[in-house]
Design a protein around this ligand. Structure first.
Ligand code: CAO
Length: 415
């Protein structure tokens, strides 16, 4: 048994945002039928290719546990097949450019005529408004959603982050909307539209920065390093470097080996409740009671000095030694882990968060498995499908086409 057994998804997604969503639904047990253009497929199959001739990691790592059906949506017979799939499936997920699905003949009105229980779930770059018609990729969403203006250092340009909050983040939002719509359909009997704009998803993840925007009205943001540095605040939430963003100040600090290892760093949080333990560990016991250091408000203007003193200690230890010493004292710290270290971490292999998958074209590769663990709906990560691998199977099994029908459809170029 899987959580989404008996749910069939017509997966009209491509690149990253939509595929992230449908991959999650597949891991939760849905039958995901990915529709791809004959001969080409999802453009990511052949992007960032590392093994000539094989599907890329870009594609394979976003499309596990799906079936691939090739179908030309602009061919009359292809459109008929799509109509039959709309009648049969529970959810249509798409992240085409604005208007593309309508141009294929599948407006929301038409979809409802074909199947009133159908849930139509879409990702677009922007919601209604001046940019509704724009095509959008990850970094555009990060910039338009407020992440870039608040990431980086005060004296440097805006920065994008490696976490794909625009694509994968929006895919997550969409998946939640789909599951909620499936739940609501149980009582209403009706499908509905689920819409997740990437700008909105990024802004949702930057919620604390809009919090700070409003706090600026009440004066400088005292937990930001720039407050202690005496730099004036402007009229918008500034970039805060590696400041913690919460009520407990934190920084990234050097550890032993930083001169040669770009990831020999730790995140260190000066949790108020364990201030005395921090003072002991870093060899500053006199700071426990000194009026300039003993309370969180007294420390705020001197965070640079305090973190310099902590770093003078962390730099004598490896990032893992810092963990080993601080964790028993309830001092929150975290090593900066590289992708290499994560890929090799045994505990992540054991929980299925890092999985090795075999692929007929590529051989074995690593992927990130399902990050949601459910006690009654276990996930087995299956390799991504080859282009059109399941075309005949889907036509026969899901739509009951005969062998002769399937042969004629292949001959016509519709699939
Ligand atoms: N059969 C026939 N035609 C098909 C087809 C199929 N199976 N699958 C796709 N097509 C057609 C579409 O109908 C569309 O045709 P028209 O423009 O003539 O209507 C065409 O292929 C291209 O679709 P597209 O505009 O979505 O693709 P693109 O590569 O030009 O743009 C992207 C890509 C991602 C910028 C755009 O899809 C987009 O903005 N999507 C919404 C936002 C989003 O999800 N972005 C995240 C992507 S990951 O970074």
């Amino acid at each position: 048994m899987k959580a989404l057994d008996d749910v069939t998804i017509l997966d009209f997604t491509h690149v990253q945002s939509g595929p992230t969503c449908t991959q999650l639904l597949a891991w939760l047990g849905a039958d995901v039928i990915k529709v791809e253009r004959p001969g080409a497929g999802d453009a990511t199959r052949k992007q960032l290719v590392d093994k000539p001739g094989a599907d890329s990691l870009y594609f394979t790592m976003l499309n596990h546990n799906k079936r691939s059906l090739t179908l030309n949506a602009k061919h009359a017979s292809g459109r008929q097949i799509l109509e039959r799939l709309v009648k049969t499936c529970d959810v249509l997920v798409e992240n085409f450019a604005p208007g593309a699905l309508d141009r294929m003949g599948f407006t929301w009105e038409r979809i409802q005529e074909l199947n009133p229980r159908m849930i139509l779930a879409s990702v677009k770059g922007f919601g209604p408004g001046p940019y509704a018609e724009c095509k959008v990729y990850e970094n555009v969403a990060q910039c338009a959603g407020g992440a870039a203006s608040t990431t980086g250092f005060r004296d440097g340009p805006p920065l994008v982050t490696g976490a794909q909050i625009g694509d994968s983040g929006t895919g997550l939002h969409l998946a939640l909307g789909i599951v909620a719509a499936l739940f609501q359909r149980e009582s209403s009997g009706r499908g509905q539209r689920v819409f997740a704009p990437m700008q909105d998803g990024v802004l949702n993840l930057c919620r604390v920065k809009l919090r700070d925007q409003q706090r600026l009205d009440a004066g400088p943001l005292t937990e930001y390093s720039q407050y202690g540095e005496g730099a004036p605040f402007g009229d918008a939430t500034p970039r805060a470097g590696n400041d913690s963003g919460g009520g407990q100040p934190g920084r990234i600090l050097k550890c032993k080996g930083w001169e040669t290892d770009p990831n020999a760093y730790t995140y260190f949080i000066t949790q108020a409740a364990v201030w005395e333990a921090i003072c002991e560990v870093i060899g500053k016991p006199e700071w426990k009671d000194a009026p300039d250091y003993a309370t969180p408000p007294a420390r705020l203007p001197r965070l640079n000095e305090i973190f310099d003193a902590i770093e003078a200690w962390t730099v004598t230890k490896t990032k893992f030694e810092v963990m080993d010493i601080c964790n028993p004292l309830n001092i929150p710290v975290g090593p900066i882990l590289s992708m290499k270290e994560l890929a090799e971490e045994p505990s992540l292999r054991e929980t299925g968060t890092i999985v090795e998958v075999d692929h007929p074209e590529r051989g074995p590769y690593l992927t990130v498995g399902c990050p949601i663990k459910m006690s009654d709906s276990e996930v087995e990560v299956a390799r991504a499908p080859l282009l059109g691998e399941h075309t005949q199977e889907v036509l026969r099994e899901v739509l009951n086409y005969s062998d002769d029908d399937v042969a004629a459809l292949i001959e016509s170029g519709a699939v």
